[in-house]
Design a binder for this molecule. Structure first.
Ligand code: ASP
Length: 451
């Protein structure tokens, strides 16, 4: 049995949904279908999920919410009409949205419930469409599918007890179409995963039913060795390990949600990233182990929007509890950190820039000065991180030399190097403005010159 997840662009309009129908028909093993909300049809389009978020805001602030509602319904209605499905579907969507909007629940609950409507309606439409093609297909709500999650609106985590319950879905007849992106608490409250979270649902179902394969259908042919917006037509990756994928999807490789790997990894379910528009291509496989090749670097990921909190204090290495007190300050401000390269008397904490506001920024700096009495404390923004990723990097001679010479030849100043804290990646911190040049040069050295 296979689990196939179709992302936003794969269900963005009727034409795309017809392709989904063909893909499902082509392989009878595709029993569990997970769907996203309709995504962008073109570059400047708006995702249904974002429209639903705007709808809630418009309603709360007494703006013209009816207009947003009609736009959402128009998008669904166009799909329903073009797929020749019954009108009752659109009436059901309208009723569901209005009942949430007018309900007395808290704003956070309302936002999550509204956000889920994109996926939920998509699943209802697609199961009706598969039925119209003569397939035995059923819409299955995440509650019925036993996707039980923690009560963390907008960032739910799956509860471990779900998996054995999900296993029983194997007994069900027909093709099961399950909306992605949300689950229910044990008390029955609807909670969504973080944005892009339909991938997580797919992985949870694949792990729960112990699928032979989790196919993740998107709009790219494969995972690429570098970001195609920086290097045109980069080489494709055929096979990756989970660890490599984790590092790549963390830093800029947005094809697969970085939380989505966890359930698949735990049960060793192979994942295949495929293109709905080119389903005959092999795609990229993500597996637990792969054959060791001479060339260990599989990809170069990068991301911008990082800040460096730098603290130095003479004899920091001997001061008991220094790190703990520093991280307590960050914890109090709800700031999580990404990396912490350190020296004897120095510590840098790499933090996502978006977590700072002018207020918490000055509070954090003030508290560090008062509570830790450092010699220096600075906070700088505009850092970009580059991850050179590949199993075996730790034990291969010359990777750092190659990387640094590529950066040197592109005239890029390295602000930070972190090697050894992960055995599958090497990290460089550089000025965000230098990023494209740096990646292009690294790509040449690791993927072109070696040909
Ligand atoms: N529709 C949700 C989002 O836009 C989840 C997803 O597409 O995976 O974030």
């Amino acid at each position: 049995m296979k689990v196939a997840k179709f992302g936003g662009s794969s269900v963005a309009n009727a034409k795309q949904i017809m392709k989904v129908g063909e893909i499902i028909q082509r392989d009878t093993k595709r029993k569990f279908i997970i769907v996203s909300a309709p995504g962008k049809r073109h570059k400047n389009d708006i995702k249904i999920t974002d429209m639903l978020i705007s709808l809630e805001e418009a309603y709360r602030y007494h703006n013209n919410y009816e207009e947003v509602l009609e736009q959402i319904l128009d998008r669904f209605n166009e799909i329903i009409i073009q797929l020749h499905l019954p009108d009752a579907l659109i009436e059901d969507i309208r009723r569901t949205i209005l009942s949430i909007l007018y309900s007395e629940q808290s704003t956070t609950m309302k936002i999550d419930s509204l956000k889920s409507i994109g996926e939920d309606s998509s699943a209802k439409i697609i199961s009706a469409y598969l039925t119209s093609l003569g397939l035995e297909a059923y819409y299955v709500n995440p509650k019925e599918a036993s996707i039980f999650v923690s009560d963390e609106p907008g960032k739910a985590q799956i509860l471990p007890e779900s998996f054995d319950l999900i296993y029983t879905l194997r007994e069900r007849e027909g093709i099961l179409v399950i909306p992605g992106f949300f689950g229910f608490t044990l008390e029955g409250k609807l909670v969504t995963f973080s944005r892009g979270g339909s991938d997580i649902t797919g992985s949870i179902i694949a792990a729960g039913v112990q699928a032979e394969l989790y196919e993740n259908f998107t709009d790219v042919d494969s995972v690429y060795t570098v970001n195609p917006n920086i290097v045109p037509n980069p080489k494709e990756i055929t096979t990756l390990t989970y660890k490599e994928m984790r590092e790549l999807s963390y830093a800029g490789f947005s094809v697969f949600h970085d939380e989505a790997l966890i359930p698949a990894v735990k049960r060793e379910i192979p994942v295949c990233i495929k293109n709905t528009n080119n389903p005959e291509l092999p795609g990229t496989y993500v597996v637990s182990k792969k054959e060791h090749k001479n060339k260990c670097v599989v990809g170069i990921a990068s991301d911008t929007g990082f800040s460096t909190l730098y603290i130095s204090k003479y004899l920091m290495n001997r001061e008991l509890g220094f790190g703990r007190r520093l991280f307590e300050i960050l914890e109090d401000e709800s700031i999580s950190f990404e990396h912490t390269p350190s020296g004897i008397d120095d510590l840098s904490v790499i933090i996502r820039e978006r977590q700072f506001t002018p207020e918490n920024e000055s509070r954090v700096l003030e508290r560090i000065k008062n509570e830790l009495d450092p010699d220096t404390v600075t906070l700088k923004h505009g850092l970009a991180l580059i991850m050179i990723v590949g199993e075996g990097i730790m034990n291969t001679v010359g990777i750092a030399q190659k990387a640094t010479s590529a950066l040197t030849s592109a005239n890029v100043n390295i602000k930070m190097i972190n090697q050894g804290s992960s055995d599958v990646s090497m990290m460089f911190g550089i000025e965000a403005n230098d990023l494209d040049r740096a990646i292009q040069s690294l790509y040449r050295v690791f993927f072109e010159d070696e040909e």
